[in-house]
Ligand binder design. Structure first.
Ligand SMILES: *[C@@H]1O[C@H](CO)[C@@H](O)[C@H](O)[C@H]1NC(C)=O
Ligand SMILES: *[C@@H]1O[C@H](CO)[C@@H](O)[C@H](O)[C@H]1NC(C)=O
Ligand SMILES: *[C@@H]1O[C@H](CO)[C@@H](O)[C@H](O)[C@H]1NC(C)=O
Ligand SMILES: *[C@@H]1O[C@H](CO)[C@@H](O)[C@H](O)[C@H]1NC(C)=O
Length: 378
């Protein structure tokens, strides 16, 4: 009898939590729906089975209410969970793009003109497309990745789901390169003061993912028989703090901008940031020379395919480092341009989304990626 009583008590407690625990759990969303986009709070639609972010007052961006002439870009979740915070009209304030509402507030789903989905979380099944929600007819879904197809997983299941791509490829709907040139007026500057003075190393390489079978690893192993190469990364048992990357690479004549995989237009931060922004000349392994010429300033890089063999490449680099004038010629473009990248700071997650607003009038409508996977591999 006592036992039964206890059991009944337990049951009542369980039932209580089933009924009201949920209510307590959802309360912030329910409240928010009444409050209607209380500034400084973000909320999520209560989607069963998905984790809820409880709003922290004053922590998140404010959510202006959509007006007729504004565009709402909804970030369904943040890439790699790196949540962005801002105040005010971020697209206008930071990038001069007006009437663009950027938000991660899922309750804006019915009003969203564009919804951005980062590929990684989809292929890892950590996030799902909100296919259970009634999709407004003019709403466009944007597929977002910064990886080459070799690292985008099997995206076959995403066929027919997306309208646009936000990708490093020039033929993407929203071109999202790893870096770009910004014209500048360098009147009075000389080439000499655009090149870092202290050069301690001939060639440098920072490698995050070292696999013996990678093309770039094979080339590195051969090249280091010919010239000294300083390297950093787990495989080298030598770390390099992010803040030290550019100052350290600036001491290198050459930086080995070897891509992890070879795809058209896949010219990564290994060129734009590690080499160009530090002041080292990139030695590139990636798509053909012509592709680099289309995307980089003239005479700014050394392509490994231009050499018959590794010995020739090594000899060329040694000679070039000793020829001050010729070496300097690789920096001529710096007289007219600086490089902008959105790596290593929060901008890379915000600027491309704001740019969706700026580019929307040029989009093909309607558009659907019937074979997203195949498209990536072409
Ligand atoms: C568009 O919105 C802005 C405010 O974001 C407003 O100042 C402007 O008058 C609006 N234009 C039209 C045509 O409604
Ligand atoms: C560049 O700056 C100089 C002054 O620093 C100025 O005289 C010149 O007109 C500028 N040129 C351009 C193209 O803006
Ligand atoms: C840089 O710009 C100047 C004009 O300001 C031009 O004469 C020169 O050819 C340009 N150099 C390069 C490498 O584009
Ligand atoms: C977006 O794609 C869906 C199919 O997934 C399609 O029904 C819709 O018309 C497309 N919208 C636009 C704006 O292209």
């Amino acid at each position: 009898m006592l036992d039964l009583c206890r059991r009944r008590k337990v049951l009542v407690i369980i039932i209580f939590f089933c009924l009201f625990g949920n209510l307590i759990y959802w309360r912030p969303s329910i409240l928010n729906r009444f409050l209607q986009h209380e500034p400084g709070e973000s909320q999520s639609l209560p989607v069963p089975g998905e984790s809820q972010s409880v709003p922290v007052p004053g922590e998140s961006q404010s959510v202006p209410v959509k007006m007729k002439n504004t565009t709402v870009v909804l970030v369904w979740y943040w890439a790699f969970g790196i949540k962005q915070h801002w105040q005010g009209d971020v697209c206008k304030d930071r990038y001069g793009i007006p009437n663009c509402i950027l938000s991660d507030d899922r309750s804006l789903f019915p009003q969203a003109d564009f919804i951005v989905f980062h590929n990684r979380e989809l292929i890892e099944r950590k996030e799902r497309l909100p296919e259970h929600l009634p999709r407004p007819p003019n709403q466009a879904w944007v597929w977002f990745s910064r990886e080459s197809p070799a690292y985008n997983g099997d995206t076959g299941f995403l066929a027919g789901k997306f309208n646009y791509t936000l990708f490093y490829r020039r033929d993407a709907d929203f071109f999202n390169p790893f870096g770009f040139l910004v014209p500048r007026n360098s009147t009075g500057m000389t080439l000499d003061n655009l090149i870092p003075k202290e050069k301690s190393y001939l060639a440098c390489w920072v490698v995050g993912n070292y696999q013996p079978y990678y093309e770039r690893t094979k080339l590195y192993l051969k090249l280091k028989q010919v010239i000294p190469i300083e390297w950093w990364g787990a495989a080298a048992h030598r770390g390099l703090h992010g803040d030290l990357l550019l100052p350290t690479m600036s001491q290198c004549y050459f930086y080995l901008s070897f891509e992890n995989s070879i795809f058209r237009d896949y010219i990564s931060e290994k060129v734009w940031r590690n080499a160009f922004q530090s002041g080292a000349v990139p030695v590139v392994l990636g798509p053909p020379r012509k592709n680099y010429e289309e995307m980089l300033p003239e005479g700014s890089f050394i392509h490994v395919n231009d050499f018959k063999n590794v010995a020739e490449l090594g000899a060329f680099l040694k000679k070039l480092a000793g020829d001050k004038e010729r070496y300097a010629s690789y920096f001529k473009w710096k007289l007219n341009y600086t490089v902008q990248t959105f790596m290593g700071n929060e901008h890379w997650l915000v600027e491309p989304f704001c740019r969706i607003c700026a580019k929307q009038s040029t989009l093909q409508r309607p558009k659907v990626y019937k074979d997203l996977h195949g498209w990536q591999w072409t």
